[in-house]
Design a protein around this ligand. Structure first.
Ligand SMILES: [Ca+2]
Length: 214
């Protein structure tokens, strides 16, 4: 009887092991209600990040408020499963930011991704300025496998010396800028974001003239 009990116990142990292994291979999906993303800046304003086709426009840490104050727009994502547990090592390729109408012209899909796969705590973040152009007055949505997070979108806007969003800073952008410079205020040309369009907004156009996505 003793030997029988021993074999029975081993058998159950193997069953538990098989079950646990099978469970580990089940692809669990993140929960869009329990997963959350927030910006470091917690104030009431919509921040603006100037992006460029070559990715040298600035980090999320150097976004600006509408009046021109530097503010930290770093986005941190907490990815959680249906019971609220962190989802570790989730691939960053399945996570991205975009406007709801997709009017930010990122140079490639990898420019929308966060810096890393999620870590042990199910966390990842956006820090480096993506390569891209066009403009969008916000807000920004975080998507995970084509689903948007349920929470309110993030109050972040983008503009770029590639105003037209064709992937290059060129004379066409200068023409758009000139129209805004001499005409009514337009967010897209407030490249040195401070609520007015003046000579300081010409600088990014001059610095990045001729630069493109490649
Ligand atoms: Ca300005």
């Amino acid at each position: 009887m003793h030997a029988h009990a021993k074999w029975k116990s081993l058998f159950i142990g193997v069953l538990v092991l098989i079950s646990a292994t099978a469970h580990g291979e089940i692809w669990e999906l993140p929960d869009m209600d329990l997963s959350t993303a927030e910006m470091a800046y917690q104030g009431p304003e919509t921040l603006t990040l100037m992006i460029t086709p070559d990715g040298t426009g600035g980090y999320f840490t150097t976004a600006r408020t509408p009046s021109g104050m530097i503010a930290d727009a770093t986005i941190t994502l907490h990815l959680r499963d249906v019971v609220g547990d962190p989802m570790a090592f989730f691939p960053r390729e399945d996570i991205w930011i975009q406007s709801e109408d997709r009017d930010i012209a990122f140079c490639g899909i990898f420019d929308l991704w966060p810096e890393t796969d999620t870590d042990w705590d199910g966390m990842t973040y956006w820090l480096q300025g993506p390569r891209g152009g066009g403009f969008h007055e916000g807000p920004i949505v975080v998507y995970v496998i084509f689903d948007a997070l349920s929470q309110a979108p993030l109050a972040l806007s983008f503009n770029s010396p590639d105003i037209s969003g064709n992937g290059y800073v060129s004379l066409g952008d200068v023409a758009i800028f000139a129209g805004d410079f001499f005409g009514a205020y337009h967010f897209r040309s407030d490249l040195h974001r401070d609520g007015v369009i003046n000579l300081s907004d010409v600088t990014p156009l001059a610095v990045w003239m001729g630069r493109g996505c490649e």
